[in-house]
Design a protein around this ligand. Structure first.
Ligand code: BES
Ligand code: ZN
Ligand code: ZN
Length: 495
């Protein structure tokens, strides 16, 4: 999809469709007034008549609008003017694209409204457009070939704002294409994305992006004594991989942080011997979304070139109930030397993250973030709305929360009181992999990982509720969301 800036006045724009947005304002104002004037008061009449209210994501499509050169005019509701921000723009840009694509329109001009033509807005809009254009029909043979958007132009950027607009477009494209790259990995079913295949794709991406990459095979993993990762992998005939991708800045800030991005990549989670119910188990192909997010984030960072070093560590494995699978009660020794009593083989994400977090520290990470589809309990707590955030260092966590806000991703911090630590104290080993208390399942999961982060500033993102959309949204296809990638990219580039 080609995305450019359009400098013509709106009435003179020749396009399949002209798109703009309407606030719950009453009369047309600013750019909308100009358009209304050209269209002989058409917009004013629609608003006065109550047909166009400006309610969020309300769609009004007009054909052959009088006074305009465009073949169609699409008015998208933008809600209250006061509440409008780049997150709204991202969504409504995406919703407009999906609305027009479904109607076999191939190109449109999106008119940014008054005072909105800056770099941040261009970036958000482009992120909305490119992520909205992503479909999960890769394996369908009857794809509708007439439904595609070829080009979009963004109007509203005059000579003075052109530089900002172009910068925003470029940045938005880098971030959104990385997000779609991650979503594409998550969309792959487990027979087409084994740990080995995931590692191969990560390697290919890294080489193309100019990042250094190392993939540890099962032998190296064993040599390094990653007993927690191996314990999960031993139930499968597919061998595990530990994927390590490193970005080194050309001119690193002396004494600056080294960020470790750690992502859970269980390419399929059956639960192991503590097997999951059949109903809905097919969704467990997305249990590698944390890893995909981190690999995708590295792709964007390679292009954006932050000044800090970043080490991405992704443990990849299946969780299967094979003849060699670990069993409840088994005691494993993690790479750090800590012993773990595995009371439930379905709490496998924290096991593989234990070794990955330890390894990231050993490789030099001074600040950690992990992302994982870790617990069903996070869906109970936050539904599919917010990412669960946990941390051991409030200053580091606050930085991430600020980045989440800037990137338009909803995240909510949960408590990590010492009392919850008691829940995972082991009876027969140092710790156990599930809590013995009632409730707090996402917190005890986070505490388990924290045990391996130690004093290193660390954040855990539980994306089990948010990495996959069961239904499509007006601005996003059903399926993988790529959530938290934008936040992480913002975090690292703002350090
Ligand atoms: N991969 C699951 C968590 C999950 C659940 C992801 C729903 C996406 C949607 C994880 O490995 C798991 O099974 N967790 C268990 C932990 C429990 C045994 C303590 C869970 O949440 O039930
Ligand atoms: Zn599990
Ligand atoms: Zn899992």
């Amino acid at each position: 999809m080609q995305i450019t800036l359009e400098t013509k006045v709106l009435a003179a724009v020749e396009s399949d469709a002209l798109v703009t947005y309407v606030f719950e304002d009453g009369e047309p104002q600013g750019g909308l007034a100009e358009l209304d004037h050209a269209a002989a008061g058409l917009l004013n009449r629609l608003i006065k008549g109550g047909e166009v209210t400006g309610k969020t994501l309300e769609m009004t499509l007009l054909h052959a609008p009088v006074g305009l050169k465009a073949a169609r005019l699409l008015l998208v509701g933008a809600g209250k003017r006061d509440a409008f921000n780049s997150a709204t723009l991202r969504k409504l840009g995406g919703a407009a694209l999906r609305y027009l694509k479904a109607r076999s329109v191939h190109g449109f001009v999106f008119a940014m409204r008054e005072n909105g033509a800056n770099e941040e807005a261009a970036q958000a809009l482009v992120e909305g457009l490119i992520t909205a254009d992503f479909e999960t029909d890769k394996y369908k043979t009857d794809k509708k070939n007439d439904k595609f958007i070829e080009k979009v132009a963004i109007a509203g950027y005059g000579e003075a704002q052109k530089g900002a607009g172009e910068k925003g477009i470029a940045r938005g494209r880098i971030v959104a294409e990385a997000q779609n790259f991650a979503r594409d990995l998550v969309n792959e079913p487990s027979n087409k994305l084994t740990p080995k295949i995931l590692a191969g794709k990560a390697e290919a991406m890294a080489k193309e992006a100019g990042l250094s990459v190392e993939v540890l095979d099962e032998k190296r993993i064993a040599d390094l004594k990653m007993g927690a990762l191996l314990s999960v992998a031993q139930g499968s005939v597919e061998p595990p991989r530990m994927i390590v991708i490193t970005y080194t800045p050309a001119h690193p800030a002396p004494g600056g942080p080294v960020v470790g991005l750690v992502g859970k990549a269980v390419t399929f989670d059956t639960g192991g011997i503590s097997i999951k119910p059949a109903d809905g188990m097919e969704k467990m192909k997305y249990d590698m979304a944390g890893g995909a997010t981190m690999i995708g984030a590295m792709r964007a960072l390679a292009a954006l070139k932050p000044t800090v070093k970043v080490i991405c560590v992704v443990p990849a494995t299946e969780n299967m109930p094979g003849g060699r699978a670990q069993k409840p009660g088994d005691i494993q020794t993690a790479m750090s030397g800590k012993t773990i009593e595995v009371l439930n083989t379905d709490a496998e994400g924290r096991l593989i993250l234990a070794d990955a977090v330890h390894y990231a520290k050993q490789l030099g990470a001074t600040h950690l973030v992990d992302a994982a589809t870790l617990t069903g309990a996070i869906v109970v707590a936050l539904a599919n709305v917010n990412v669960g955030v946990f941390g051991n260092d409030q200053a580091w966590t606050d930085k991430l929360l600020a980045s989440a806000k800037a990137a338009g991703e909803k995240m909510w911090q949960l408590p990590m009181d010492d009392e919850y630590r008691e829940f995972i104290k082991g009876s027969f080993a140092d710790i156990q992999n599930i809590g013995s208390g009632k409730g707090g399942g996402s917190i005890t999961g986070a505490w388990f990982i924290r045990e391996f982060a130690g004093d290193t500033p660390w954040i855990h993102l539980d994306i089990a509720g948010t990495a996959w959309n069961d239904d499509s949204k007006a601005w996003l296809a059903k399926g993988p969301t790529g959530v938290s990638l934008r936040t992480l990219v913002h975090l690292v580039t703002s350090l």
